[in-house]
Design a protein around this ligand. Sequence first.
Ligand code: FAD
Length: 435
Amino acid sequence: MGGPKNNPAQADVLVIGGGPAGMFAAAAAVMSGAKVTLLEKNDRLGRKMSITGGGRGNLTNTASLHDFINNVPGNGSFLFSALTRFSSADCRKFFKNLGVPTKEEECGRVFPVRERAGEVVDTLAEYLAASGVQVIYQVRAAGLLLANRRCQGIITGGRRVFSGKTVVIATGGASYPQTGSTGDGYLLASQAGHQVAPRHPGLVPLCLAEQHLCRHLQGLSITDASLTLATAAGKTIAAERGDVLFTHFGISGPAALRLSRAVAPKTAAAGAGGLRLLMDVLPDISEENLAASLLSMAAEQPRKAVINIIKQILPGRLAAACAKMLQGSEHQKSGETSKGAWREAARLFKNLPFTVTGTRPLAEAMITIGGVSVREIDPRTMASHLVDGLYFAGEVIDVDAHTGGYNMQVAFSTGWSAGLAAAEEAGFPAAAIPR
Ligand SMILES: Cc1cc2nc3c(=O)[nH]c(=O)nc-3n(C[C@H](O)[C@H](O)[C@H](O)COP(=O)(O)OP(=O)(O)OC[C@H]3O[C@@H](n4cnc5c(N)ncnc54)[C@H](O)[C@@H]3O)c2cc1C
């Protein structure tokens, strides 16, 4: 007790941040035989991890390495080594060995069989404690201790010093700050001279100018729509396909969340109001075929009101909104409606026009886009190119992925690589991955 060997303030490997990246860095380092201290500013580990997948814990994805990297639009190729060294299959085995079996759901999403993310975090915390990792809670790293281009530890706001032969920064991004991820790692990285790419909200709902319409459609979910984002001049910026949910301020759902990656930097640069969004609510049918279907429906049911024909192909509230957007009366008999009007209707359903004013704020975003530049980090070890003894892991790095368990696996894989390499630099050769 109290001897220098057990003193948590003098570690071989000092890990800052107890999210998935920090926990896996600590696990890999302690497995290598290093004395590891993990500093977490909350009173418990993994607060953000506990709410992933709606609390069910979407831990990883079974996608092949190639498909995985394609699902990481922000610097995916940087992850090649880390994902090879510690893959999603390794991750599932690791959890299975801890007594957390996992199962695969649609699109390769992996969840714990018992579907409780909080229980997975508790199991990890118990495992770290049993392995000898010293976890110190309610300690916030405020600055790095740097000397002769080497990181030797951190200092807290209260001037407490924690030294480490090597230091891993795993402080997460800046979204959902109530979970503890308040962007501290960017300041620590800047202190070491690292470039930090501008931060934007990622995987976040979109705000639309058509407030009245959004309020009318609030809660309406469209299964499989195609969204195209374009400049005011009509140049396509990005397109996504998937489910869309109308909210009182705009749209959410997987397709909107994925599209947000393209929206946030553009609206930040160009200001609100400049982006157009076209929503195709019937993406599997061409405009010509849709027009032909509408015309034949109208011919077969000439006495039906236009609105009732439209309701046969669109959900009720959307049908009513579209009917209002069309010229002429929604209550006009379909047989009295011109061919041109039906063609116009088909064009509208394939190109519902909206104006994107921006995204919801970073505080409401699932992830942070941007972060510590990958150009200054060794992709094999996560080591800083600028300062010896300094490593990065997880969302603090300028890497961002789609939804589906990819972001969690990025945290696990980069954490694992950083932990092994930090232990090795501290004098403890790399441990074998448990298989
Ligand atoms: C609502 C929501 C749902 C999500 N769902 C999914 C999902 O289904 N699948 C998926 O793959 N991803 C999901 N994500 C994203 C995923 O949770 C993150 O990408 C992941 O948690 C990042 O891990 P991390 O360890 O890098 O950072 P974090 O999980 O953010 O952990 C960082 C830790 O560092 C601590 N810390 C910060 N600064 C300091 C400091 N100065 N000193 C000490 N400690 C500090 C924080 O308190 C925190 O515990 C979701 C995110 C949110 C917000």
